[in-house]
Design a protein around this ligand. Structure first.
Ligand code: SF4
Length: 219
């Protein structure tokens, strides 16, 4: 077994099958993902719940709300004024282009669906891939900052590797039906063990495979 496959296999064994709650509505999933950018899980959830209860996470309601109203609702997410403008523009565009319904977009092939999502403000490759995986069931492995850091530390990709290089490297080492488990497992591993600062190499189940084991501040 190649090293990358051994790493993937251990992560999947350690964290097992994940069953995250699905929202079941790609628009709501998209807004929650935009709220999660550079925001902790707790603050993302608090902002999303407030937005749902104060305005409603629906394209028409958000398009008709003022930026100030949205900003106040999503205050726990931080950068709330800037993000409120993005959310309002996303809602307006989805109303205009798709009649407020993103579901037909998820019936398109992956590359096309991703490109169309990325035409929306605030939607980069990761946000598009998260929506496609969690709301559309696409076989794609989104790469967040934890997963990127882990792949570099483990020497699976070079330091300057871009998003899609990391994604393709990890996707090639896992079965597509386990991409969701691998995505969530690697994020947990990044939060609990291979942390950005002071990684817990002494408690790491990948240490025998890691070229940066024991380096006090690995990149
Ligand atoms: S040995 Fe340390 S740097 Fe390497 S993957 Fe484990 S926690 Fe991260």
């Amino acid at each position: 077994m190649e090293r990358v496959e051994e790493i993937v296999s251990r992560v999947l064994t350690r964290y097992g099958v994940m069953n995250p709650p699905r929202i079941g509505d790609p628009f709501k999933g998209l807004i929650r993902t935009i709220l999660s950018q550079n925001t902790s899980r707790a603050n993302t959830q608090a902002a999303y719940r407030r937005l749902e209860s104060l305005i409603g996470v629906e394209p028409r309601r958000l398009a008709e709300a003022s930026i100030e109203e949205i900003a106040e609702a999503i205050r726990p997410a931080g950068m709330h004024r800037q993000r409120a403008g993005v959310i309002k523009r996303v809602a307006e565009l989805i109303l205009r282009r798709y009649g407020g319904d993103l579901k037909p977009l998820l019936d398109r092939p992956y590359e096309e669906a991703r490109r169309l999502l990325m035409e929306l403000p605030g939607v980069g490759r990761k946000t598009a891939d998260v929506v496609l995986l969690f709301e559309g069931g696409f076989r794609v492995l989104p790469i967040d900052r934890h997963i990127h850091r882990i792949a570099v530390r483990l020497g699976l990709v070079p330091r300057g590797a871009d998003y899609d290089e990391v994604r393709r490297t990890l996707e090639a080492a896992a079965s597509p039906e386990r991409y969701l488990d691998l995505h969530l497992g690697l994020i947990r591993f990044g939060r609990e063990i291979c942390r950005a600062r002071r990684p817990r190499c002494d408690a790491c189940f990948l240490s025998d495979l890691c070229p940066r084991r024991g380096v006090s501040n690995p990149p």
